[in-house]
Design a protein around this ligand. Sequence first.
Ligand SMILES: [Zn+2]
Ligand SMILES: [Zn+2]
Length: 347
Amino acid sequence: MTVKPSASDSLRIEDVPDPVPAAHEMLVNGLAIGVCGTDREIAGGEYGYAPPGRDRLVLGHESLGRVQSAPADSGFNAGDLVVGVVRRPDPVPCGACARGEFDMCRNGRYTERGIKEIDGYGSEQWCVEIDYAVRVDPALEDVGMLMEPTTIVAKAWEQVRRVGERAYFEPQRVLVTGAGPIGLLAALLSVQQGFETHVLDRVTDGPKPGIVEALGATYHHDDIDAVAEKLQPDVVLEATGAGPVVFGAIAGTGSYGIVCLTGVSPAGRHLRIDAGAVNRELVLENDAVVGSVNANLRHYRQAADALARADRDWLARLITRRVPLQHAEQAFAAQRDDVKVVVTLDA
Ligand SMILES: [Zn+2]
Ligand SMILES: [Zn+2]
């Protein structure tokens, strides 16, 4: 499943050379690949970088595969379910990358499989370095491609805890804005931590309200200002990237509130905000706003643990369409009621 970054509508299914594992790599049979907004942007020519010296990039970063062969003493065996990590540290490396925190890279020279300069996991076979493969619970064969988006929310939650721990912190009420895969997985981790969890989205029908309620969380579809005013959340996990929702969340937290932003907004949209009121809210309540992107190996382990503890039927409800590789283009055209769309690689 390849694309030519910067060219629109370049998605193509084509034969590429068989991957040959290096000494520190394993060979994996791809099972499925999740498709997200980043993939759609890359396929639309708005983002992405091909490997140096090449035109085309193998797409796909939300991986799931089964080990075909692994080096002896690697800790992995043929048949294991695995996910490949997306980001690799920059070559300098910066201080963060040198300490394994490549999700916090300072110089921007990191690479990412299926996104930035390294081929992704959207192929029937792929290789991955043993240090960048993460084992998935064998019971998660149908849903393990949710691991990578779960790492994003595992990191976001870790950021929230660390920001909260700058003083007394005992959050009770959490508002998640956006009921796409990231928002729903953020709500899962919120419920797993024992918090009273609320999820806000625009839709009033389709699968999202039921998925939220099945989690034991409360679904809202009113205006962010009204919902936040009523709830006074201790933590907001923002997953829409929509300007009015972002600023509504920042203005609407309870005292010592934390807003974690995970959604990427398009540039160029203007919103009138009362900057003084936002500043007053942040200062007078000791509030904090933190952005969070990507994930390191620690977050992959946290995500693997969260998914292993989750209800598998609930996880399966997030995957609303499965498209075989030869029809992968269908996964890139958004449909009403989509939550997570997956391309299957093992036809
Ligand atoms: Zn993604
Ligand atoms: Zn770095």
